[in-house]
Design a protein around this ligand. Structure first.
Ligand SMILES: [Zn+2]
Length: 271
C-alpha cells in the first residue's frame, strides 16, 4: 500500500505537470464516474495547487473545487508525456487530465471525489486526520495529545497506523520507525513515554521527507554500493526470520491489530 511519502511524491509530480498549465481535457473513463459530469464542471479551470496530507491527495482547481483521492491498496498516480505507453490498461484509468505536454492519470483509485473547498475542511474523515510527519510544521504536541486520547491498552504499533493519530505511516514506516527508535511495537501505548513516541517519529521524518522529494520509496538502510538494488533496503521490514542488521538476532514478524497489519521487529534491539 502506498504510504504518505509516496503520495507526497505523487503530489509533487502531478503538481509540476498541471499547476500553471492549460488543462486541455479532463476525462473520467471509469463507469462509476461517467455520469458525474466532472469534465464539464472542471472545463476551463486551472489547477492552482496539488498537495497531500498523509495518504490523501488534493488537486485544487480555481473556483473552489477540489478533487480528493485516496489510493488504498492498489491505486496509483502516473504522469506520462504524450505518446508514452501507460503502465496499466486504459480501462483501469479513473481520471485523465491532459495538458499540451502531459497526461496525468489516476489508475485503480477507489476513492476519487469532487468536492468544494469548504467541504474538504468539514468532511469528518478528513477533519479527523492527525498531523502529517512529512509536513514542515509537523505538530508534535498534537500528535501526543491524540496518542494519549487513544486507548492506552492498544499496542503502540497499531496506534501508529491509525491515521487519526498520525497521518501517513503504513506498515513499512511503522516497523522501521520503531526499530530505529529501539521501541517494541507490541508495548501498550500507555507504557510508551512521550519522549519515546516522539523519538519514533523524529527518526523517520527526514527519511520520509527525502523519499517524498526524490521518490524511490522507503529506504531506511542504505549502506551504499555493497548491496544489490533488488535487496530490500530496510532494517527489519520484510526481513522476518533473517538476522538483525545490528545484532544478528532473528527478526520477528506477526500481524498486529484488528486489521492484522504486518509488524517486523528485533526482540533484542527493541526491548
Ligand atoms: Zn537487533
Amino acid at each position: 500500500m502506498p504510504e504518505g511519502d509516496t503520495i507526497h511524491h505523487a503530489a509533487r509530480r502531478v503538481g509540476a505537470a498541471l499547476v500553471g498549465k492549460e488543462i486541455v481535457e479532463v476525462a473520467t473513463p471509469q463507469a462509476r464516474h461517467r455520469h458525474d459530469g466532472w469534465p464539464k464542471r472542471l472545463a476551463g479551470r486551472a489547477v492552482q495547487s496539488v498537495d497531500a496530507h498523509g495518504k490523501h491527495l488534493f488537486l485544487r482547481f480555481e473556483g473552489d473545487l477540489t478533487l480528493h483521492s485516496h489510493l488504498r491498496m492498489s491505486g496509483a498516480w502516473r504522469v506520462h508525456r504524450h505518446g508514452d505507453r501507460w503502465g496499466r490498461h486504459p480501462r483501469r484509468a479513473w481520471l485523465v487530465i491532459r495538458t499540451a505536454e502531459h497526461e496525468v492519470v489516476q489508475f485503480d483509485g477507489p476513492v476519487l471525489e469532487l468536492m468544494t473547498e469548504g467541504r474538504t475542511r468539514f468532511d469528518h474523515r478528513l477533519a479527523a486526520l492527525g498531523p502529517d510527519p512529512i509536513a514542515e510544521g509537523f505538530d508534535e504536541a498534537d500528535f501526543l495529545r491524540r496518542l494519549r486520547d487513544d486507548d492506552p491498552t492498544r499496542t503502540f504499533g497499531d496506534a501508529l497506523l491509525d491515521q487519526r493519530n498520525l497521518a501517513g505511516f503504513g506498515t513499512v514506516w511503522k516497523s522501521e520507525a520503531c526499530f530505529l527508535a529501539g521501541v517494541d511495537p507490541w508495548r501498550r501505548t500507555g507504557h510508551v513515554s512521550d519522549e519515546e513516541a516522539l523519538r519514533v517519529v523524529r527518526g523517520v521524518r527526514p527519511l520520509m521527507q527525502r523519499s517524498a522529494e526524490r521518490g524511490g520509496g522507503q529506504v531506511t538502510w542504505d549502506p551504499g554500493q555493497r548491496v544489490h538494488p533488488r535487496e530490500r533496503r530496510s532494517w527489519v521490514y520484510g526481513r522476518g526470520g533473517q538476522p538483525c542488521r545490528r545484532c544478528a538476532t532473528s527478526v520477528r514478524y506477526r500481524g498486529q491489530g484488528d486489521d492484522n497489519r504486518d509488524t517486523y521487529w528485533c526482540p533484542a534491539c527493541q526491548g
